[in-house]
Structures are given as structure tokens and as C-alpha cells.
Design a protein around this ligand. Structure first.
Ligand code: SF4
Length: 317
């Protein structure tokens, strides 16, 4: 009799969901992002117990509550350092950090920059709606100059941050932008981001119908101008965001320059899709080269206690 092996068990969408009540406001773009993350996990078939979702503070900070994976709801702006620690402690985990634009580009701006150059193998998804939704809609770092949402007494007199431009300068090795209400494309981008080896950064335009009455579903659809404001980068003739030779500074500069230009809002609208990708050594791999035991098992499983530290004290003494 030929030997038969049972087909591998498939994880279902339901297995990534919790029964915690999702208490975002009706119509919030966060629903589209949550659904996209869950669908991406199904596509990738990552076992829920191998995933760590890490969030900061804000409406988006609740995301780990709604995913039946490991998760940590941390402090304001601190999702990235905690995610970095989680991944370095256990490189068998798929680590996904999530946060809002105020959380990540305001309070956590220093972490945002330094996570780009470090290139730990993890993903960072930002729910970008231009306001601090949880605290009643104050202008966030991405709200442009001259804009006034219904929650503001006066128009903003500061320029908005361009997160993709910052990410290019910071050194992120995978940079994308999606739209919360285009779940099909967003699932594809999240799958690509998680599959990338290195830190992947995904900025997501997210509608906050309660406090941001400017960047609405109708605005993105271009109801007032008769054509969609969002355009897909892959539809641009000759668009090629992938660096083929990571040792070529000329190719990296050329592709970053194109990505930078594409990241701004122009008469053609706002671009979504993959802006930039390069394969570079990860922090994880470089650490494992220095600490060979990490190639056998993650730090969390190494026998770190009861070590003889006498030789170290002798050396320092
Ligand atoms: Fe969503 Fe805005 Fe409500 Fe927060 S305040 S849950 S971002 S609609």
C-alpha cells in the first residue's frame, strides 16, 4: 500500500478573528485595514501562534485586540521599539507593528526614522487619516497646510509630513502605500510587505468619517472632480520600483528619486502601490553572524540564565 500523508491543515479566516467587539465608529476605514490584515494572514497561512501584533495608542491601537494572535497594545508612539524587541527575542515570529499617523509620525517619529535604517525583519502598517481620532480630531502630522477639518477651529498653518519621503530617506527596504477601502489591493500589499525580508513600511490612507470631513470616501473617489484621486503605480508606463543591484548606489538613487516624485500629490492625484524595494542584509542576520547560537534557535530559547559571568568580571576587573 502506498503511504499517504494527510494534507496540511489550512487556517481559516475565522481563526484570525477574536470575539472582542470591534468598537470603531460605523464607516471607519479601520475596518478595511483589519479585514485586509486578516485576509493576508489567510493567504500566507501563517499559524496564528506565530504572529505578534504590536500597536501604539490611538484608534488603530485596538487592532491587536481583534486578531487572535499574540499581541501587545503598547504606549503612544512605542509600537516600533517593542516590535523590534519582540522580533529580536524570537525570530520565529512574524511581527507586524500597527499605529496611526499621529502615533507613528508625531510621538514615535524618532523610532520611525531609526527603524528604517535598522532593517529588522518585520512590517509596519500606519493607519493614516490626518487626525488624532481617539482624542477628538486634532490635526495630525500628515494634515496639509491650509486644511481645516470640522474638528479644528482654524486651518492648519504647518506643512504636512510626507511619510513615504521620510521612509525613503530613513532607509526602509520596502515602501508601499494603500487605501483602506480598496481591500483587494491592500491585501496584496500586506502580503508583499510581510513576505519581504527586512523592514517593510506600508502607509495606508484611512478614512475617519467622524473627524476628517476633507479626506472622505467621496474625496478619494474624486466625486467633485469627476475622476478618482488615487492611481495605481503599476499602471504607470515603465514603473519599476525594485532595485536589482543593491550594491549600485546609482540604481538606488535613481529608484528613490522616482519614488519620491511619485509620493507627492500632483494634478494626476495620489499614487498607491509599491514605491520601492531593495534586498539588504537584515539586522537579524547580522546579529546571528555575531552570535552563531541564534542560527540554531531564537534568543528566547537560549539558556541565558545561570551563566558563568566570572570570566567577564575578571576581564573588566
Ligand atoms: Fe475611526 Fe475616526 Fe472613529 Fe477613530 S474616530 S474609530 S479613526 S472614525
Amino acid at each position: 500500500m502506498p503511504e499517504t500523508t494527510a494534507p496540511p491543515r489550512k487556517f481559516t479566516l475565522q481563526e484570525y478573528k477574536t470575539d472582542v467587539h470591534v468598537d470603531w465608529c460605523p464607516g471607519c476605514g479601520d475596518f478595511g485595514i483589519l479585514s485586509s490584515i486578516q485576509q493576508a494572514f489567510v493567504q500566507l497561512q501563517i499559524p496564528p501562534h506565530r504572529i505578534a501584533m504590536i500597536s501604539g495608542i490611538g484608534c488603530s491601537g485596538k487592532t491587536p485586540h481583534y486578531l487572535d494572535t499574540y499581541g501587545l497594545h503598547t504606549l503612544h508612539g512605542r509600537a516600533l521599539p517593542v516590535a523590534t524587541g519582540a522580533r529580536l527575542a524570537n525570530h520565529e515570529l512574524t511581527v507586524v507593528a500597527v499605529g496611526g499617523d499621529g502615533d507613528g509620525y508625531g510621538i514615535g517619529a524618532g523610532y520611525f526614522v531609526n527603524s528604517g535604517r535598522r532593517n529588522v525583519d518585520m512590517t509596519y502598517i500606519v493607519f493614516n487619516n490626518g487626525v488624532y481620532g481617539l482624542t477628538k480630531g486634532q490635526a495630525s502630522p500628515t494634515l496639509g497646510k491650509g486644511l481645516k477639518t470640522k474638528s479644528m477651529p482654524e486651518a492648519s498653518i504647518q506643512e504636512g509630513v510626507n511619510p513615504v519621503a521620510v521612509a525613503l530617506g530613513a532607509g526602509y527596504s520596502w515602501i508601499g502605500r494603500g487605501y483602506a477601502l480598496d481591500v483587494k489591493q491592500l491585501v496584496s500589499l500586506i502580503v508583499q510587505a510581510i513576505s519581504h525580508k527586512g523592514t517593510a513600511f506600508l502607509d495606508v490612507f484611512q478614512t475617519c468619517p467622524v473627524y476628517n470631513d476633507l479626506r472622505t470616501k467621496d474625496w478619494y473617489a474624486g466625486e467633485d472632480i469627476g475622476r478618482a484621486r488615487l492611481r495605481r503605480l503599476e499602471a504607470d508606463p515603465g514603473w519599476d520600483p525594485v532595485v536589482t543591484d543593491p550594491n549600485s548606489i546609482d540604481e538606488m538613487i535613481e529608484k528613490k528619486t522616482r519614488a519620491l516624485r511619485a509620493s507627492y500629490e500632483t494634478a494626476d492625484g495620489l499614487a498607491v502601490g509599491l514605491f520601492y524595494k531593495v534586498d539588504l542584509p537584515t539586522y537579524d542576520d547580522q546579529l546571528a553572524a555575531k552570535v552563531p547560537a541564534l542560527r540554531q534557535q531564537p534568543l528566547v530559547k537560549l539558556p541565558l540564565y545561570n551563566r558563568n559571568v566570572e570570566p567577564l568580571f575578571d576581564e573588566l576587573g
